[in-house]
Design a protein around this ligand. Structure first.
Ligand code: 5AD
Ligand code: SF4
Length: 426
């Protein structure tokens, strides 16, 4: 979501006449789009922006700004204002479209500008975007989240759910297709509740069907799906819409019902396993990925063992694994029995170790198969090798000419690794 917002920011800046540089020394404006979902990225922002103090002293005309989720937090903003006195501009997640105006104000007055809105209001349409990639694109279909999982800061910094209209989404996707984009990823914190706030009765499954009709688009992906809201209708669509890729990212977070209840996830382990079963029946060969957290307050050894056994039972293709991180203002921060850091670390190593073994096994089962790959670029370590993604969202490396970048090709898998596959063009 932040990456997509950055594309809008870059689009707005280009309209204002800015060009882009990789070197901070050459920049007239340095803008950090921040995440606050865990503590680590926040720490990095303080570190990196702190270091710009020297540059700012050498080049007083330089404008430094921080936007996104960090300044959107009521408790963090005053800390940032004090700890980062050389930062000229702060704005949040709801007023990205106001960036040109805020920059004009700084240029006109030379004063620090801070503008944080409490509420997103209706989605703002018609904003430009500068995307890096010519053949795949993120498309935001909804903003915000209504779920309030007890560990999560997102609903506080991104506001309530607001869906874009199907017309606005389809317009954007048609324009992307006309510009040569082949793959779109539909974005929302919980795409399964798309449309619930709209007048029309289009739901997410209907939206997928509409996007499937757009000529030129060849692959459709989406993220993220909350297990509690996945409908039978959607599961059927996954199996029947030809452009919708055989991949579902379905964050489980934990395998213990005690922990799931205190996380306010509103489903049980048994329910999750039922969904997995249904999805695998409807879409043979689908790859399943997930998010899992360890060290949620009160997580006992037995609870953690439930997470390991769920991971084994499902056999995810891969998983993003996280150590629970306290977020100010969320209910879990106030819970008793916070898990000691050493225990959290020990658990995450165990979890990663198990998942790696499973990922490798699942990849090994693909050796000898033929897959469709969207070629994304040359491999960083060997320019004779291309890299791309299967419909199941797996990375494949294979020898080939750079002319194929942006094309869909057929590849035979010859070798499996934990994180990627190696293949040969057919
Ligand atoms: N600590 C650790 N991980 C978190 N996530 C969300 N909030 C926290 C937190 N406080 C993880 C969840 C979510 C992913 C995007 O980030 O697993 O699915
Ligand atoms: Fe956070 Fe839960 Fe919303 Fe996902 S569904 S963004 S974890 S509150």
């Amino acid at each position: 979501m932040n990456e997509r917002d950055t594309e809008t920011i870059r689009g707005l800046l280009r309209q204002e006449g800015y060009s882009f540089t990789d070197s901070p020394e050459d920049a007239d404006l340095i803008l950090y789009n921040t995440c606050c979902v865990r503590e680590n990225p926040e720490r990095k922002v303080y570190g990196q922006v702190g270091q710009l103090q020297e540059l700012k002293a050498k080049k007083p005309g330089l404008i430094i700004g921080i936007c996104g989720c960090m300044p959107q937090q009521e408790e963090e903003l005053p800390v940032m204002l004090e700890r980062l006195p050389h930062v000229d501009l702060f704005f949040g997640t709801h007023n990205i479209h106001r960036l040109p105006e805020l920059l004009h104000r700084i240029n006109a007055t030379g004063e620090r500008v801070v503008e944080i809105l409490d509420d997103g209001g209706e989605p703002v349409e018609g904003l430009p975007a500068l995307r890096d990639n010519d053949f795949k694109a993120f498309v935001t279909i909804m903003h915000g989240c209504n779920n309030f999982c007890s560990y999560c800061i997102v609903p506080y910094v991104r506001g309530r759910e607001r869906s874009r209209t199907p017309e606005a989404i389809l317009d954007e996707i048609r324009n992307l297709a006309d510009a040569g984009v082949k793959e779109v990823t539909l974005l929302g914190q919980n795409v399964n509740s798309y449309g619930k706030d709209l007048q029309s009765d289009t739901d997410f499954a209907d939206l997928l069907e509409m996007v499937n009709e757009v000529p030129g688009i060849q692959r459709i992906r989406f993220t993220t799906s909350h297990p509690k809201d996945i409908s039978d209708k959607l599961i059927q669509q996954l199996g029947s819409l030809d452009k919708v890729c055989e991949h579902l990212h379905l964050p489980v977070q934990a395998g213990s019902n005690n922990v799931l209840r205190r996380m306010n996830r509103k489903y049980t382990r048994e329910y999750y396993l039922e969904i997995v079963e249904k999805v695998r029946q409807a879409v043979p060969g689908i790859s399943l990925t997930t998010d899992i957290m360890v060290g949620f307050p009160g997580e006992s050894d037995a609870d953690f063992a439930d997470t390991l056994s769920l991971v084994e039972e499902v056999g995810f293709d891969s998983a993003f694994t996280f150590i629970y991180s306290l977020r100010k203002g969320t209910p879990a921060t106030e819970m008793a029995d916070q898990v000691p850091e050493e225990v959290k670390k020990e658990r995450i190593y165990q979890l990663i170790d198990l998942q790696n073994k499973i990922s490798l096994k699942r990849n090994q089962a693909l050796v000898g198969s033929e897959v469709e790959v969207l070629v994304e670029g040359a491999s960083k370590s060997d320019s004779h090798m291309l890299t791309g993604k299967t419909r199941t969202a797996k990375t494949v490396l294979f020898p080939g000419s750079q002319d194929l970048i942006g094309e869909l090709v057929k590849v035979k898998i010859v070798e499996a690794q934990t994180w990627s596959l190696v293949g040969e063009l057919i």
